[in-house]
Every structure is written in structure tokens, then in C-alpha cells.
Design a protein around this ligand. Sequence first.
Ligand code: HEC
Ligand code: HEC
Ligand code: HEC
Ligand code: HEC
Ligand code: HEC
Length: 217
Amino acid sequence: MKPIFPKSLDFIVRAIGAFLGISILTGVAAYTYFSLPVVLDTGYRPEQPVPYSHKLHAGNMGMDCYYCHNTVMKAGHAAVPSTETCMNCHTRVKTDSAALAPIRASYATGEPVKWVKIHALPDYAYFNHSSHVTAGVSCVSCHGRVDQMVEVTQVKPLNMGWCLECHRNPAPNLRPAELVTKLDWEPPAGKTATEIGLEIVKAKGINPPVNCGGCHR
Ligand code: HEC
Ligand code: HEC
Ligand code: HEC
Ligand code: HEC
Ligand code: HEC
């Protein structure tokens, strides 16, 4: 039987097939590559210039998060503390520690310490700390038990699905705003976190945005 298509067409069909196959593979590879940072973000724990431990300062010594992250209530960005904040104590404590040499150098020269940023959203997504913290969302909901971390590790994916999951049902993550830095907070006996959260939703009229323009401005 004569083939319906001539041989040359068969070649063209194969060539197109191969081309499409390669394109799809390239597409998949590119997609995987560009989505990788998001996938890898959870567990991200870069090395810092100074082995500063939250477990020691915030955990064992019980320092409040606001002592160092003092803009978090008022501003969009939480900001990492200045060298002066460390030197409130380290002009007197552990003054000859090698680990603190970069802090002393920064204090002497005025050059800020180059802390490596861990949590980072793409520029096209709008996020503001103060609106979350004043609504009563604790640091622990988004950063985990930082007071138990020797080195800060990212524990939440920070992707759109994660933001939306809470925005659709914020109550389980709400508490009185003055308790947001108490990472080990438990609801008082006889009440669940969600019951307390629902009271706060009602009292403050909490209504996080789920429309695109809320976070992509
Ligand atoms: C004595 C000062 C100090 C205190 C108190 C403190 N921090 Fe920090 N924090 C730092 C410094 C310095 C860094 C930057 C180095 C690092 O990541 O460890 C940092 C980094 C962080 C980061 C990561 C920032 C990024 O780059 O994404 C988070 C999250 C954080 N702190 C949360 C907290 C929470 C929650 C508390 C309270 C339980 C707290 N911190 C208490 C000094 C402090
Ligand atoms: C409220 C006082 C206080 C502040 C503020 C403070 N520290 Fe400390 N830090 C201490 C104390 C106390 C120790 C020692 C604990 C011990 O006995 O081992 C310490 C220990 C350290 C050590 C371990 C030093 C070593 O050789 O063992 C490092 C590193 C350090 N702090 C970094 C920082 C940095 C960075 C900041 C600023 C972001 C900071 N500290 C702010 C009180 C403070
Ligand atoms: C609703 C989630 C959420 C809560 C609650 C939250 N954070 Fe964050 N935090 C983030 C996100 C998201 C980023 C990355 C922001 C960016 O890249 O624009 C971040 C970044 C940071 C940073 C790095 C500096 C910056 O602003 O980018 C620090 C420090 C920090 N948070 C500390 C805290 C502390 C301390 C608290 C509690 C008082 C807290 N955060 C509460 C989600 C949260
Ligand atoms: C654990 C719960 C939770 C998570 C996670 C969360 N949010 Fe929110 N968000 C809230 C609450 C509660 C409010 C306050 C709503 C109000 O006051 O009516 C809010 C408000 C907002 C607002 C409106 C207020 C403003 O600042 O303009 C934006 C925008 C926003 N969130 C963005 C984000 C983004 C982006 C993420 C993810 C990176 C995120 N949120 C993650 C609970 C959360
Ligand atoms: C609560 C905040 C929030 C809302 C509401 C929101 N986004 Fe996003 N969106 C984000 C954040 C944060 C990112 C970046 C993190 C990521 O890649 O998921 C993002 C990423 C994206 C991206 C980049 C592609 C991707 O997934 O990586 C697109 C496209 C997007 N959003 C479209 C939308 C559209 C369309 C809507 C409305 C249906 C919407 N967003 C509503 C927070 C939000």
C-alpha cells in the first residue's frame, strides 16, 4: 500500500515532533529552574557574618523581639538591628570575643554589618509587617520559633498560596496584639485559639484582602 503521506512529509512531521519535544523539555527545565528559589526557600539558612544566636538572646536571656526589631510595629519592614543596639551590652559583655570582632569593627568604622537577608518576597508582591502585627498575627505564624533557633531558618514557603490560606481564614492565627512577640503563647484555659481569634475578627473588623490588587499594587 502506498503511504498516505510522502516520505519527506514524514521527516517534517518527525522534525516538528522533535522540535516540540525539545521545546517542552526546555520549558519544563526553565519552569523548574525559575520556580526553584520558591521551592528551596523553606529551610533557607545562609551563613551570617557574626554567629548571633536568637536562642541565646531571645530564648535563654528572654529579650523581646522589639528590643532589636523595633520598627516592626510601625513600618512595613522589620529591619535588622544596628550595631549600636548590640553594643548596648557588648561594650561590657564578651569584649574580647573573636566572634564579636566584626561588630566591634563596625562600631569603630560606622560601616554596617553585612547581615544576609533570609526572608524575601519578589518586588511585585506588597507586604507590610505593621498591618499584620497590629492586627494580632504573631511572628511565630510566619517565622516559627525563632527564639529556639541558633541560626534563623525560613520555615514557611512565603508563596501566594500560603498568604491566601491565612487571609481566607485568619482567626486561628490571631491573638491580642500586645502578645505577638510571646512566641510560646497559649490561649487561656477553656478557650481555643480560634474562639479568641473570632472575637478579635469581630471586634476589629479584620478582613484580609483576597483580591489581586490587595497584594499586587
Ligand atoms: C539582640 C537582638 C535581637 C533580638 C532580641 C531578636 N533579634 Fe531577630 N535578628 C537579629 C539579628 C542581628 C538578625 C540578623 C542575623 C540573623 O539572621 O540571625 C535577626 C534576624 C531575624 C530574622 C530573619 C530576618 C531575615 O533576614 O529574613 C527574623 C525572622 C527574626 N530576626 C525574628 C526575631 C524574633 C521573632 C524575635 C523575638 C523572638 C527576634 N528576632 C529577636 C537580632 C535580634
Ligand atoms: C541585653 C544585652 C545584649 C545585647 C543587646 C546583645 N547581646 Fe550578645 N550577648 C549578651 C550576653 C550576656 C552574652 C554572653 C552569654 C554567655 O555568658 O555566654 C552574649 C553573647 C553573644 C555572642 C557570643 C560571644 C561568644 O564569644 O561566646 C555573640 C556572637 C553575640 N552575643 C552577638 C550579639 C549581636 C550581634 C548583638 C546585636 C544584634 C547582640 N549580641 C546584642 C548580651 C547581649
Ligand atoms: C504575616 C506574616 C509575618 C508576620 C506576622 C511577621 N513577619 Fe517578619 N517577614 C514576613 C515576610 C513575608 C518577610 C519578607 C518581607 C519582604 O521581603 O518584603 C519578613 C521579613 C522579616 C525580617 C527581615 C527584614 C524585612 O522586613 O524584610 C525580619 C527581621 C522579620 N520579618 C521579623 C519579624 C518579627 C520580629 C515579627 C513579629 C513581631 C514578624 N517578623 C512578624 C512575614 C511575617
Ligand atoms: C497567618 C496569617 C496571615 C498570613 C500568613 C499573611 N497574612 Fe496578610 N493579613 C493577615 C491579617 C490578619 C491582616 C489584617 C486584615 C485587617 O486588618 O483587616 C492582613 C492584611 C494584609 C494586607 C492588607 C493590609 C495592608 O498592609 O495593606 C496585605 C496587603 C497583606 N496582608 C499581604 C500579605 C502577603 C503578601 C502575605 C504573604 C507573603 C500575607 N499577607 C500573609 C493575615 C495574614
Ligand atoms: C494575600 C496576598 C496575595 C493575593 C490576594 C494575590 N497574590 Fe499573587 N502573589 C502573592 C505573592 C506573595 C506572590 C509571590 C510568591 C509566589 O511566587 O507565590 C505572588 C505571585 C503571583 C504571581 C507570580 C507567579 C507565581 O505564582 O509565582 C502571579 C501571576 C500572581 N501572583 C497573580 C495573582 C492574581 C491574578 C491574583 C488574584 C486572583 C493574586 N495574585 C492575588 C500574593 C498575593
